[in-house]
Design a protein around this ligand. Structure first.
Ligand code: ADP
Ligand code: MG
Length: 728
């Protein structure tokens, strides 16, 4: 066998299931022990400083700078006692990753001794050289200054002996260069608008927060096999590779017994996650072989996003110990299920009431219906923007497949609520007598208690109501979900404000509150009817129907990015004050830029694989066939030899044909890149890459995979799908 692949398989065979982070204590004893949480703050801070931080967390108040030194000193004492030597501001640049620049605590005292020091100013703000982060034109490299500033609503924690401080990242001129700022602003927008609606029903509610539960799907690959594949190493996905004879046809992986090596890895990262206060609740095998999922208990959205980002870092670190690689890529393997990050989204009041919980009392029903119909209306209004927010090169390979959410938006609500909505719609609402309005209200009041555990689940819907929350399933597994969540929040905030305005208008016309609310709920239901779909989202009929309803799906990724800069979206961002026009333009530019660069990298790796790995291997194999045919011709009479070699010669010719086409296409792809690379305008460049480079990649893959089926297994240089997916 090709020595490269053989060595990888030999190394794989030595990898055993083993635990590295065993902690015998009950989880409750060490949960969040590496987080500077409430207990730690009480111990290390004065009561005023403690108050300042907690009210910043609970009420979103700014921390008085006079406390900064004390808070920093307290944090440092705690961190140093726990073995930390460094601190870092951890932020989320516009690249879907996290960024960190470490500084050590050590300093010189006045008398020249080495001491640990951490000043308030260093806690509150830092100035990393920001020139290498994408800014979408908001900051030229000569004025590279960017600031990171502490976000006290997400607590500091220790990872790898480093005190990590969750922060926002702004440019010198005050523009957001990260995902956290728009997320935080959108959460504030939701709070404001949701209160306008909720206070119609309950004056005592003062704050509304968003809760998020993020289900994280991922693949596991042995690291020796991973290293033997340049495509996995550089692109996190296989660019070529024939499907294995078996993948998920038998549906025997989903919820199956977790392989022991993977289980050891899971237990280890769970232990470490618990110490960081991440409440992991579920773990299971996913649909595809070697695909898994974990999910923490939901929590406040900003914290949930930070936890998810840290969890991904942690999983990668822990996997190393186990000689495993975690693939967060949306589609690492062609022909089988890709990975997403299901975002379970809901809103909750400061009184602990879930606004998406249908509840049991009529009054609550009306409040629930107001919020519920506003969310659906919001998703309808900005359906294409929401899909554009999940669009990326990676997700392009995943969405629309038969195991992934469709690339066109729809909302599934389940049979019970569908009936409720339809019955509200069908009340022939007229503006005449109030008495009949009262009767209609009684119908709403008589709606049976809507069961929390809404059992009819529809896995084919990108946006599904699941009993007390919505689940947005189209979001990719590798991304920072803030990028879609802030858009969802904006859209909902806008609708909730509109809701209140409409109700106020009716009330100022003399209509009673409850009737006014019902009228608006009904209007929203009717207006957003087109987004609701209870059937099979994978079916051809739905795609035709969606087109009839004017719902656009994502077919061309750069094209979909234009949704960011259309009038309606710009107005949304402006109205909710979540992004300035310059920031929107930057998001738009960066999305295009990342698309182009990723595709460029993939195309380069593809060229290398074909020219330097696949074609030489195919030639080697072809030569053995040629030698063999020649030998037969020497040994046998011409007529016999011709018959015996007939198929052989065909295979030799076939290999030549594939090699020829591969060379042609790699050459064509390089030329296409060259032409695209000289285009200055980033939008056009992304579009040209998508239209010219992408099709070459698809065509090249087909021929390479055909060769894999012909060439001697001994010679094939790359670990195959059956090895990547079934070696555990
Ligand atoms: P499934 O895969 O069946 O959808 P999981 O148990 O894997 O469910 O994940 C469900 C996620 O939804 C968990 O993170 C859970 O905490 C979260 N969740 C439950 N209720 C809510 C809610 N009201 N708001 C937000 N997230 C929620
Ligand atoms: Mg789910």
């Amino acid at each position: 066998m090709s020595s490269f692949r053989q060595r990888a398989l030999d190394e794989f065979a030595t990898h055993k299931a083993e635990r590295f982070y065993v902690d015998e204590r009950p989880v409750s004893e060490y949960f969040a022990e590496n987080v500077f949480g409430e207990d730690q703050m009480k111990k290390y801070l004065s009561s005023q400083a403690y108050q300042a931080v907690t009210s910043a967390i609970k009420d979103g108040k700014k921390i008085d700078r006079t406390f900064a030194n004390e808070i920093a000193a307290g944090m440092k004492s705690w961190a140093v006692e726990k073995g930390a030597t460094h601190y870092t501001h951890l932020f989320h640049p516009l690249t879907d990753s996290t960024a960190e620049k470490h500084e050590s605590f050590i300093d010189l005292s006045k008398s020249g001794e080495v001491v640990e020091n951490f000043k308030g100013s260093a806690l509150v703000q830092q100035e990393p050289d920001a020139s290498s982060f994408p800014s979408g034109g908001m900051r030229s490299t000569f004025e590279a200054r960017g600031y990171t500033a502490w976000d006290p609503s997400s607590p500091a924690f220790i990872l790898d002996q480093t005190l990590c401080i969750p922060t926002i990242f702004v440019s010198y001129t005050g523009e957001a260069l990260d995902m956290k700022i728009p997320l935080l602003k959108s959460l504030e927008a939701i709070n404001k608008s949701a209160l306008e609606v909720v206070n119609l029903f309950d004056e005592n509610v003062n704050r509304v927060i968003v809760n998020l539960g993020l289900e994280q799907e991922y693949f596991i690959v042995d690291d020796a096999l991973f290293r033997a594949r340049p495509d996995l190493q550089i692109c996190n996905r296989t660019l070529i590779g024939h499907t294995a004879a078996k993948d998920h046809q038998l549906e025997d992986h989903y919820f199956g017994a977790i392989p022991s090596r993977v289980m050891a890895f899971m237990k280890d990262f769970e232990t470490e996650a618990y110490k960081l206060g991440i409440m992991l609740k579920t773990r299971h095998n996913e649909v595809a072989p070697n695909q898994f999922e974990c999910a923490p208990l939901y929590c406040e959205a900003n914290l949930a996003v930070d936890h998810n980002q840290v969890l991904m870092i942690l999983m990668k670190k822990v996997a190393k110990k186990h000689h495993l690689k975690v693939l967060f890529h949306e589609k690492p393997f062609m022909g089988i299920n890709g990975s997403g990050k299901h975002c379970n989204w809901s809103m909750m009041t400061d009184r602990g009431e879930n606004l998406l919980s249908p509840g049991t009392t009529p009054g609550t029903n009306l409040q629930f219906l107001s919020v519920f119909s506003s969310v659906i209306r919001a998703v309808y209004e900005h359906n294409y923007l929401l899909m554009a927010s999940v669009a990326s090169l990676n997700n392009y390979y995943r969405l629309g497949g038969n195991e992934a959410p469709p690339a066109v938006m729809s909302v599934f609500v389940g049979r019970t609520l569908d009936n409720v909505i339809n019955s509200i719609e069908n009340m022939t609402l007229t503006d005449d007598v109030a008495a009949s309005e009262r009767e209609r209200l009684d119908i709403v009041k008589a709606i049976p208690e809507i069961l929390q555990d809404n059992t009819d689940r529809n896995r084919t819907s990108p946006f599904a109501f699941t009993g007390n929350r919505f689940e947005f399933r189209a979001v990719g597994s590798s991304v920072n979900v803030a990028s879609s969540m802030f858009i969802l929040n904006c859209a909902v905030a806008q609708q909730l404000s509109n809701f209140r305005k409409r109700v106020d208008k009716y009330m100022s016309d003399g209509i009673e509150k409850e009737e006014a609310v019902l009228k608006v709920v009904r209007e929203l239901i009717i207006e957003s009817k087109n987004i609701r779909f209870e059937g099979n989202g994978y079916s051809k009929e739905w795609h035709e129907e969606a087109a009839r309803r004017g719902l656009k799906g994502i077919t061309n990724v750069p094209e979909s990015f234009k949704a960011y800069i259309d009038k309606k979206s710009m107005a949304l961002f402006e109205e909710t004050k979540v992004l300035t026009m310059r920031e929107v333009a930057a998001h738009y530019e960066i999305k295009n830029e990342i698309f182009t660069k990723k595709l460029q990298i993939e195309a380069r790796v593809m060229g290398d694989l074909i020219i330097n790995h696949i074609i030489p291997t195919a030639i080697k194999f072809q030569n053995t066939l040629i030698d063999n045919a020649k030998g037969i011709k020497e040994l046998f009479p011409a007529e016999d030899a011709e018959r015996m070699c007939e198929k052989q010669l065909k295979t030799i010719a076939k290999i030549s044909k594939y090699i020829y086409e591969l060379r042609e296409d790699v050459h064509g792809m390089i030329e296409a890149r060259k032409e695209a690379n000289i285009i200055e305008d980033f939008t056009e460049k992304a579009a040209v890459y998508s239209e010219t480079v992408l099709p070459y990649m698809e065509k090249i893959r087909i021929n390479a995979d055909k060769l894999e089926m012909i060439v001697d297994d001994e010679l094939w240089p790359l670990p195959k799908y059956r090895e990547l997916l079934f070696c555990r």
